[in-house]
Design a protein around this ligand. Structure first.
Ligand code: PEP
Length: 250
């Protein structure tokens, strides 16, 4: 039985004062939840703050991106070992907002995935289709291609103990979540694709759902067999709403 995981993705929101309030709210509201793993992925400058405020709690912290390179002349980049210096245990990789706004390729995403793994950071790999792709009925093909870039380069075993987040792009920040049936069906497809190559990795990989999860729809999504928790954008920005989602997972 996989423990549920709920990940907050703050995106580019917050400041020192509001973060402190939010993190203190998380700690106060979530510390009694013993059956869910909670991770908060903050903007880079606030990793030190997350480390300071969360270090003696059960809440883990991480980043929203990392460099594909380990070290060197890469102005503006942040390496996996730098994330480790600030106690980061998780990193989001390949979020669709990065693919769209910064032209991130599947190949870069695969390299970043391995950078995280070799530095002992749990990668949270985002996959998902656009609305046009869903309407054309090719969502499985799209997600398979995203997974296969990693599988063909590094093998399916790299998914052992990793996290994949299925994030249909049409559901992110739109208020229009996938139905539990749509989400479960894609999660089953993802697990099946890994299972065909490495059953142990398929059983240990956590597959989260992301896209307009809120305290009202969370239970319905999280009861599905292959949905191991959620990646939460908007509703992670208020402690009360995030608590509602974490309670649903708990
Ligand atoms: C996300 O940013 O990954 C996300 C799922 O956002 P939201 O919860 O706001 O849809």
């Amino acid at each position: 039985m996989r423990r549920k995981t709920v990940v907050a993705n703050w995106k580019m929101h917050g400041n020192l004062a509001s973060n402190r309030q939010l993190l203190e709210g998380y700690v106060e509201r979530l510390s009694s939840l013993a059956h869910v793993d909670v991770v908060v992925c903050v903007p880079y400058p606030y990793l030190a703050q997350a480390q300071l405020l969360l270090k003696d709690t059960a809440i883990a912290w991480g980043a929203q991106n990392l460099s594909k390179d380990p070290v060197g002349a890469f102005t503006g980049e942040v390496s996996a070992s730098m994330l480790r210096d600030f106690g980061a245990t998780h990193v989001i990789i390949g979020h669709s907002e990065r693919a769209t706004a910064y032209c991130e390729s599947d190949e870069n995403v695969a390299t970043k995935f391995m950078q995280a793994k070799v530095h002992g950071i749990t990668p949270i790999l985002c996959v998902g289709e656009t609305l046009i792709e869903r309407e054309a009925g090719v969502m499985d093909l799209v997600v398979a291609k995203q997974l296969d870039t990693i599988i063909n380069t590094y093998g399916a075993s790299v998914f052992a103990d990793a996290i994949i987040s299925y994030e249909p792009i049409w559901a992110i920040g739109t208020g229009l979540a996938a139905t539990p049936v749509q989400a479960q069906s894609m999660h089953e497809f993802i697990r099946g694709r890994i299972s065909a190559l490495d059953e142990a990795a398929a059983q240990s990989v956590k597959i989260l759902y992301g896209g307009s999860v809120n305290p009202q729809n969370a239970v319905q999504l999280f009861v599905s067999q292959d949905i191991d928790g959620g990646l939460i954008g908007r509703c992670s920005l208020t402690a009360q709403e995030f608590e509602g989602i974490c309670r649903a997972a708990n």
